[in-house]
Design a protein around this ligand. Structure first.
Ligand SMILES: Cc1cc2nc3c(=O)[nH]c(=O)nc-3n(C[C@H](O)[C@H](O)[C@H](O)COP(=O)(O)OP(=O)(O)OC[C@H]3O[C@@H](n4cnc5c(N)ncnc54)[C@H](O)[C@@H]3O)c2cc1C
Length: 378
């Protein structure tokens, strides 16, 4: 069987499916529901384009950011509805106000999570909030090429491996393409999420799914405009299995554990994420309270820096030491580590779904119980 890149390196970016001149590559479900490309050998003409353009087989120029900023939106509504500081939303708004288009991840009915093209301010809200599941960018890759050809300022926001795919659409990054990558610790599959949701909230249709509000992490499922399932990360007793196994890194693609982009050197115009570790390297006393979290902005290129400058009037923004941002965030240092417990979970899950979730959580739950007992004794 023809392989494009070794499956353990495949990020599922769909660039090979998009570029194949014979359209003879399709996705097949693999371990833990992630999608992997399969070549229909009968139709393949061996042009080699899929391998030539595959981001996992490419070497990208990377650069360490020279500046770091802690930032959050001054707009209360944007700040509240965003994941950390609402920086992605502020920049998206700015690009659209300049006549541009934005590509970002949205949850569509029946929990289809994919990147959509947004060209008006109202629809930016569809992109707000982190979707802790892999977002399909296949259609977006096609549309981006057209927008770029038309000369439209085009912003793409996604995980670093998705940014790599967008970069490989072109020989050199066009002037009208702006790339922002999210600090990412790994990505579960949509199939896994959907199966899980069907178990915990059996409904004929689902409208939406949400994972986070500021520093609160949860899984909320909506059907007919109502919440039909809601559990937070910690309560009750770490029993929200999806969000816990996501957080602890049990359910990612194989490639996430050897991620090429989980390092201080970046491939986009700007990296954004949560500013964990703010105040560790220098006093943060002069920074006002930001109860719903704060974004880190790491501009890499001049384009990225100018983009940040152009929205700075709408932001609370404070320059920080780059190493503070890097040292506070594991994913800016190394990929998620695949330890023994995770390996066991991944081995068991396809046969013993529910049991394997329990094994994954048992450690956390035991610690939680011990703490509770100790608390009572005190
Ligand atoms: C799977 C995943 C893992 C993450 N892991 C970390 C981490 O370990 N450390 C850290 O500091 N930050 C992590 N983040 C980033 C963090 O959750 C926020 O997305 C980031 O801080 C931007 O916040 P914001 O308020 O500026 O975004 P908002 O204004 O809320 O906008 C959200 C933006 O994220 C994009 N987006 C949402 N979900 C996805 C997705 N599934 N795939 C691609 N793009 C998406 C949207 O298109 C939108 O542009 C992760 C994000 C994701 C999606």
């Amino acid at each position: 069987m023809k392989t494009i890149c070794p499956p353990e390196q495949c990020t599922g970016c769909a660039l090979c499916l998009t570029l194949c001149p014979k359209k003879c590559i399709s996705f097949k479900e693999g371990k833990l529901g992630h999608l992997y490309p399969v070549v229909n050998e009968g139709d393949c003409i061996d042009c080699g384009l899929c391998r030539k353009k595959c981001p996992s087989l490419s070497v990208f120029e990377k650069e360490k950011p020279s500046k770091a900023f802690a930032t959050w939106s001054k707009n209360e509504q944007i700040y509240s509805n965003s994941s950390s500081g609402g920086l992605a939303t502020q920049i998206s708004k700015c690009i659209i106000e300049q006549g541009g288009v934005v590509y970002g991840s949205a949850v569509l009915p029946d929990i289809v999570v994919r990147h959509i093209r947004v060209d008006n301010i109202e629809d930016i809200s569809k992109l707000q909030g982190s979707k802790y599941v892999q977002s399909n960018i296949q259609e977006a890759l096609r549309q981006i090429k057209t927008d770029i050809k038309r000369g439209i300022p085009t912003l793409f926001i996604g995980t670093p491996c998705q940014v790599a795919a967008v970069k490989n659409l072109f020989k050199a990054v066009p002037d009208n393409l702006f790339l922002i990558d999210l600090i990412c610790h790994g990505i579960p599959s949509l199939n896994l999420l959907k199966r899980y949701i069907r178990k915990v909230a059996d409904c004929p249709h689902y409208d939406n799914v949400r994972f986070r509000e500021g520093n609160q992490y949860f899984l909320s499922v909506y059907s007919g405009g109502k919440v039909v399932y809601h559990k937070t990360l910690r309560n009750p007793r770490y029993k929200e299995w999806y969000i816990n196994t996501f957080f602890d890194g049990y359910v990612f693609r194989d490639s996430c554990y050897a991620c090429h982009y989980a390092c201080p050197e970046r491939i986009s115009d700007m990296t954004i994420g949560d500013f964990w570790g703010l105040g560790r390297k220098a006093s943060a006393d002069m920074i006002p309270a930001h109860p719903k979290g704060c974004s880190v902005a790491l501009p890499i290129t001049d384009k990225g820096y100018n983009l940040l400058q152009s929205v700075s009037k709408d932001l609370n923004i404070y320059e920080r030491i780059v190493d503070e941002a890097i040292e506070g965030n594991d994913q800016l240092q190394h990929p998620t580590i695949l330890g023994k417990r995770k390996r066991l979970f991944r081995l068991l899950y396809p046969v013993f779904g529910r049991v394997s979730y329990k094994i994954a959580i048992i450690d956390k739950y035991t610690k939680y119980q011990l703490k509770r007992i100790l608390g009572k004794l005190k």
